[in-house]
Design a protein around this ligand. Structure first.
Ligand code: C5P
Length: 314
């Protein structure tokens, strides 16, 4: 072929990838006895809700992390940041250098029991995999090494986590549920809440059996029955979170008085979750909780929503 202009190179280098990732609330968190490895066997019904962080990954000379958003003082920006660990782990797996600038826009409450750090790690895995063209790598395996809640942030929807929470089975859900989340000032440390759970159980002489799934809760999800779901919500970490943060009792009570179909501490807390009857009821309840002055903020959201998703770049 002579005379024809050379075809332009259509493979463009990806310059930035942004991934949106949801928070989770635990609809059932059944906690078994302490294991020899320091973890607890769980039945953990995860539900992804429409409170999102966004993580942008861009090529850089070295690995950096920048965190933006309200109340982000507690988020580490160095080596310990879970999103940075995710980038390093993926780079190691593919034999590359982790030279990436990660920018995290946080909306998910920090240390709030909604797996925000885990969400950022999942988002960083997806963003860096796209940036580095690592599509052959099974991100779910890396996710489990980063933390018990990271695999669910990749998957999203509603799923039962067993083992330490990382072995996931999706759960059928017959509708959309409307939630209000009451955000507290300051966070709670997840290991401290698990340790308090063990302490309270031991002090009460409680014999702890293996965690069991709630069929009533799974049936309610499948039917899309908010009233039955509200009645079935259960969190074994709640007594421990209330022991460490007694003021949460008043928050839960205020939500119940506002007509919530169910009220519980989200995961290890201190965020409290309220199931509303409708989107309108959720907006009303969020306004009432904000006005009551018991909480830092109250926001409404719905679930289930998808897990970590590329929204720009790549
Ligand atoms: O897995 P991840 O690093 O997110 O867990 C944080 C801490 O939460 C663990 O160090 C452990 O104290 C506690 N944990 C637990 N049992 C689980 C999950 C977490 O005791 N199944």
């Amino acid at each position: 072929m002579t005379g024809a202009p050379a075809a332009p190179d259509t493979i463009m280098a990806v310059t930035a990838v942004t991934v949106r990732v949801p928070a989770k609330v635990n609809l059932q968190l059944a906690v078994g006895p302490l294991r020899a490895d320091g973890y607890h066997d769980l039945v953990n019904v995860f539900h992804a809700v429409s409170l999102f962080d966004e993580v942008t990954a861009e090529p850089a000379d070295e690995l950096t992390v920048t965190v933006r958003g309200e109340s982000v003082e507690g988020v580490p920006v160095g080596e310990d940041n879970l999103a940075a660990r995710a980038a390093r782990l993926l780079a190691e797996r593919i034999g590359a250098r982790p030279d990436v600038a990660l920018t995290i826009h946080k909306t998910i409450p920090v240390a709030g029991g909604m797996a925000g750090g885990s969400a950022d790690a999942a988002a960083a895995l997806v963003a860096c995999a796209r940036l580095w063209d690592a599509s052959g790598v099974r991100l779910a395996d890396l996710a489990a090494d980063l933390g018990s809640d990271v695999p669910f942030a990749l998957l999203g929807g509603t799923a039962i986590g067993t083992g330490r929470g990382e072995v996931l089975t999706p759960v059928p859900v017959g509708g959309r549920f409307h939630w209000v989340f009451a955000l507290a000032d300051g966070g709670l440390s997840t290991p401290a809440v698990y340790a308090e759970c063990d302490r309270l159980r031991e002090a009460a002489g409680q014999r702890v059996g293996p965690p069991r799934r709630s069929q009533a809760l799974l049936d309610a999800l499948e039917r899309g029955d908010a009233e039955a779901l509200g009645a079935a919500l259960a969190n074994d970490l709640q007594p421990a979170a209330l022991s460490l943060r007694p003021s949460l009792r008043r928050t839960l009570q205020a939500g119940r008085e506002g007509g919530a179909l169910g009220a519980l501490v989200s995961g290890s807390g201190p965020t409290c979750a309220f199931l509303a009857r409708s989107a309108g009821h959720a907006a009303e309840l969020a306004a009432a909780l904000s006005e009551a002055g018991l909480v830092r903020a109250a926001v409404s959201a719905h679930g289930p929503v998808p897990g970590a998703t590329v929204v720009a770049g790549g």
